[in-house]
Structure formats: structure tokens, C-alpha cells
Design a protein around this ligand. Structure first.
Ligand code: MF3
Ligand code: CO
Ligand code: CO
Length: 275
């Protein structure tokens, strides 16, 4: 049912539903793009505080992306005109940077995707503006745990795609949090959004087998309340229907012969707040 395609690093690839299996050059390309994504997110940690606008975050991301020899893959993507997404409090994802000021206690996700030498490094982290309420900090911590449990599930030999969502959903359920269904992780590499779709709530033992050379993201969106999402009139901003807080972390990953490689890990160990 699921087709795999072994690809060379310089081969033109299509969004034809096949799952790409990459070689050493692909890993090298993803390592560089992923590292730049992580370095950008490390710098964002120094900027986020009350009184800063999401537009200022976008400016920093754009500048660092360009200085790193990359372009923001989101710029011009389906009409999106910014270099990152900034999703505050009850915004699930795809928040649009602008004049909005961060205020004391806000939690914000910043999602960046530098396109470097033809490879996409896609990653996001949560940040605190000042001191968040305890329940917000707890949601952020558990969401990070969800991501890492998903990665752990994917790193086991013979793992299937559904094992990822099963691990995430189980952890969220224990905390009575809602797992967003409308947005998924995705294959990536030379393409930004490719097969397979990585759902964050699934049944263990289902879906395609994870094979060495597969590149994809895991990016769970976890709500303090119900999982339901809606998109605002701007066509991008996704929010929780019940206005509850939402958190997200994202890593870009590659399946190896004996486990998994995280391309977007922070070189400074700043993978989650407090920074
Ligand atoms: N970076 C997002 C992801 O994780 C996609 C953002 S697309 C945008 O897949 F156009 F909203 F920026
Ligand atoms: Co992504
Ligand atoms: Co992303």
C-alpha cells in the first residue's frame, strides 16, 4: 500500500505520494539545514520577553536564515508572506507575525524552516514571555515529553508510523490533554511537505514501516482542553475552539540503520524552556 522510493541527493523528487529513502548525502544536507534551524531557535530564546512583537521575532528569523545562506521556506509558500510562524497561547499553529506585543505570562511557539542547499530544516519550540501560569508551563513540559516519546517510539527497530501517534496520544491522555488532529507531521527533505503524513494520535502497529533513510517531522500540537481546532478569517491562524492554551514542539528526523537522528537538536541544549 505504501510505496518507497530510493533517491539520490541530486535527483528531482515529486510529491507523488511515495516515501523517499535517502542516502548519506541526504543526511549531510539535512544535518546542515537542521542545525541552522536549531541555531535560529536558540537565538529566539534571547529575544522573547514581554514587550517584544512577533514581527521582531520574524525579523530575527529572516535575518539569521539569510545570514546562514538559506531562505525561509515559508516565504511565499501558498501565499504566506513571513519567515516563521508565531503562535501565542490559544493559537495552535500558523500564527502570523505582526505588531502583536508579547505580554507577561504568554507562551509562544516559533516555527522556522530554513531551506539550505535544497534541504529543509523544520523545527519549532515553545518560549515563555516572563513567567507563565503553572498550568501553562505544565502543558509545555508535557508537550515536549510527547514529542520525545514519539521520537523514542520511532527509533525502535521495526517501528511503524502509527507507533508515534500511539505514544503521543497515550501520554497526552494521561494528562487529560487534547491531541490536535487537523495538522500533522510530514515527510520532508528536498520537499517541504511530503509523504507520509505523521499523525499524532494513532494506533500502535499500524501504518508504513519506518525504514532507514526516511526523513520526517514529528510536531505534536497539544491542547489544555478539547482537541478541536478552527482556522481564523486570515486563512492561516489555527486556534483552539474552546480557547484553551495549546503548545507544540517540532523536530526534523532521519531514520538510521540502528535508530533515529534528530537533525534539529539545539547545539546549546536549549530544546525547551525555561532557557
Ligand atoms: N513549519 C510548518 C510545519 O511545521 C509549516 C508552516 S507553513 C506556513 O509544517 F506557511 F504557515 F508557514
Ligand atoms: Co513541519
Ligand atoms: Co514547522
Amino acid at each position: 500500500m505504501h510505496q518507497y522510493q530510493t533517491v539520490d541527493s541530486d535527483q528531482t523528487v515529486y510529491r507523488d505520494g511515495t516515501i523517499k529513502l535517502h542516502g548519506p548525502e541526504g543526511f549531510e544536507g539535512m544535518r546542515k539545514a537542521g542545525r541552522l534551524a536549531a541555531e535560529i531557535l536558540d537565538e529566539v530564546a534571547n529575544l522573547v520577553q514581554p514587550g517584544v512583537t512577533t514581527g521582531q521575532i520574524d525579523d530575527l528569523v529572516r535575518q539569521m536564515t539569510l545570514d546562514g545562506g538559506a531562505v525561509p521556506a515559508t516565504l511565499g509558500y501558498r501565499g504566506y508572506a513571513h519567515s516563521c510562524c508565531t503562535s501565542i497561547n490559544h493559537v495552535i499553529c500558523h500564527g502570523i507575525p505582526g505588531d502583536k506585543l508579547l505580554k507577561e505570562g504568554d507562551i509562544v511557539n516559533v516555527d522556522v524552516t530554513p531551506l539550505l542547499d535544497g534541504w529543509h530544516g523544520d523545527s519549532s519550540r515553545m518560549y515563555f514571555a516572563g513567567e507563565p501560569p503553572l498550568k501553562a508551563a505544565r502543558l509545555v513540559e508535557v508537550t515536549y515529553e510527547c514529542l520525545m516519546l514519539g521520537i523514542e517510539a520511532a527509533s525502535k527497530p521495526g517501528a511503524r508510523l502509527g507507533d508515534i501517534g500511539a505514544a503521543i496520544e497515550e501520554h497526552a491522555r494521561q494528562h487529560r490533554y487534547g491531541v490536535v488532529r487537523e495538522f500533522c507531521g510530514h515527510g520532508l527533505g528536498r520537499l517541504f511537505h511530503d509523504a507520509p503524513e505523521v499523525v499524532h494520535a494513532a494506533k500502535a502497529g499500524t501504518g508504513p514501516e519506518l525504514k532507514p533513510g526516511m526523513f520526517f517531522t514529528i510536531e505534536p500540537m497539544i491542547n489544555l482542553g478539547k482537541p478541536w481546532a478552527k482556522i481564523l478569517g486570515d486563512g492561516w491562524t489555527a486556534v483552539t475552539r474552546d480557547k484553551s492554551l495549546s503548545a507544540q514542539f517540532e523536530h526534523s528526523l532521519g531514520i538510521t540503520e540502528d535508530g533515529i537522528e534528530i537533525f534539529t537538536k539545539s547545539p546549546k541544549g536549549l530544546d525547551k524552556p525555561p532557557y
